[in-house]
Design a binder for this molecule. Structure first.
Ligand SMILES: Cc1cc2nc3c(=O)[nH]c(=O)nc-3n(C[C@H](O)[C@H](O)[C@H](O)COP(=O)(O)O)c2cc1C
Length: 183
């Protein structure tokens, strides 16, 4: 059975990102996948110190919740990265999380992430799709660097209020289809 890690990078529970990520996860489940939801706001995830302890001894020195999260990443076949646009970038929660992927940037750990599939889910208030350009580029380049496969994404402009994504049925339908495609 395929395992999908559904990462919610908005602090707003049941907000637009959470709903979009859940819809992708439902699509994946419909194809028989198991889903592990990771709501980043529930965890203590500190910044990467760049100490490279993970490269030297295979373990992060921070002693925060990433110690339990790394095995969940490794156990997944695919990852959904969901973040709203915050000042044209990802949320701080998502950036801190992805910064900690330095753990996978050494030969011993790279094989734990290589070839995993990924999709992104990015809602935001402005109506210009270019608002998400830096976020898309952040994921495209970072995941490519890590030798992961970015198979697609849902970019959802024009959703500012909590739950507004529910009015965007075409976005939710595309999210469901993307989840099916992911597994
Ligand atoms: C700190 C902060 C920064 C934001 N920056 C932007 C922005 O630069 N462009 C934009 O279109 N929306 C911006 N927004 C709006 C959110 O992207 C929008 O409300 C989104 O739907 C929130 O998703 P959520 O419900 O999953 O939290 C910002 C919101 C916050 C709280």
């Amino acid at each position: 059975m395929k395992m999908v890690l559904a990462v919610v990078g908005s602090p707003r529970r049941n907000g637009n990102t959470h709903m979009l990520v859940s819809r992708i996860a439902e699509g994946a489940k419909s194809e028989g996948a198991a889903v592990d939801e990771l709501f980043l706001g529930d965890y203590r995830i500190g910044e990467c110190d760049g100490c490279h302890n993970c490269w030297k001894v295979g373990r992060c020195s921070k002693g925060d919740d990433m110690g339990d999260i790394y095995p969940r990443i490794v156990a997944s076949d695919a990852i959904i990265f969901g973040t709203p646009v915050y000042w044209y970038g990802p949320t701080g929660l998502m950036k801190m999380f992805v910064d900690r992927f330095v753990y996978f940037n050494c030969p011993a750990n790279r094989k734990k992430i290589r070839n995993k599939k990924a999709v992104i889910a990015v809602p935001f208030e402005e109506t210009d799709p270019a608002t998400a350009r830096l976020v898309e580029e952040f994921f495209r380049r970072s995941l490519s660097y890590l030798e992961m496969e970015l198979v697609g994404g849902i970019i959802a402009p024009g959703v500012g209020q909590k739950g507004q994504i529910l009015e965007r049925t075409e976005c939710l339908d595309r999210a469901y289809a993307l989840g099916k495609q992911l597994v």
